[in-house]
Design a protein around this ligand. Structure first.
Ligand code: CO
Length: 156
């Protein structure tokens, strides 16, 4: 499986609002391969999430690694957010060696389409909720450094 090239900040692609994925093309060989490559790339780079713009594609697709379950979320949409928020440390493959604390909703409900084009719903809390919020931000051209406090750079 080819590992996709990660786009690093600053880059216009990371700042562009991504288009909805055309669900009628979900079963094409090209897209099946792309979903698989996104997962492979996330795992190879030790990421817990990856959004399509990070590999140069402005399409609303994210992948998440949730305790060894790899979730492909197409056209994800947060439909409910808890009042409660919490700060947590984040980093990003597109902003290497930088970390900072970001305030995120503790719990979210999210709808999305899976790789078969089936509509799904997920209730997420803790780290999973954080990762989904971080990745959906990528689809809107937002990076965690836009929101973070205590930003620190570590030596590579
Ligand atoms: Co990121």
């Amino acid at each position: 499986m080819p590992i996709l090239k990660i786009i690093v900040n600053p880059n216009k692609i990371l700042r562009t609002k991504s288009e909805n994925f055309d669900l009628s093309k979900i079963n094409t060989k090209e897209n099946s391969l792309f979903f698989q490559n996104m997962i492979e790339t996330m795992l190879k780079k030790d990421g817990i999430g990856l959004a399509a713009p990070q590999v140069g594609i402005n399409s609303r697709i994210i992948v998440v690694n949730n305790k060894n379950e790899k979730i492909i979320m197409i056209n994800p949409q947060i439909t409910k957010k808890s009042w409660g928020k919490e700060w947590g440390e984040e980093g990003c493959l597109s902003v290497p060696n930088v970390f900072g604390k970001v305030l995120r909703h503790k719990k979210i409900k999210c709808i999305y389409f899976d790789r078969n084009g089936k509509k799904q719903e997920i209730f997420a809390k803790g780290l999973l909720a954080r990762v989904i919020q971080h990745e959906i931000d990528h689809l809107d051209g937002i990076l965690f450094i836009d929101k973070a406090k205590n930003i620190k750079e570590v030596a590579s």
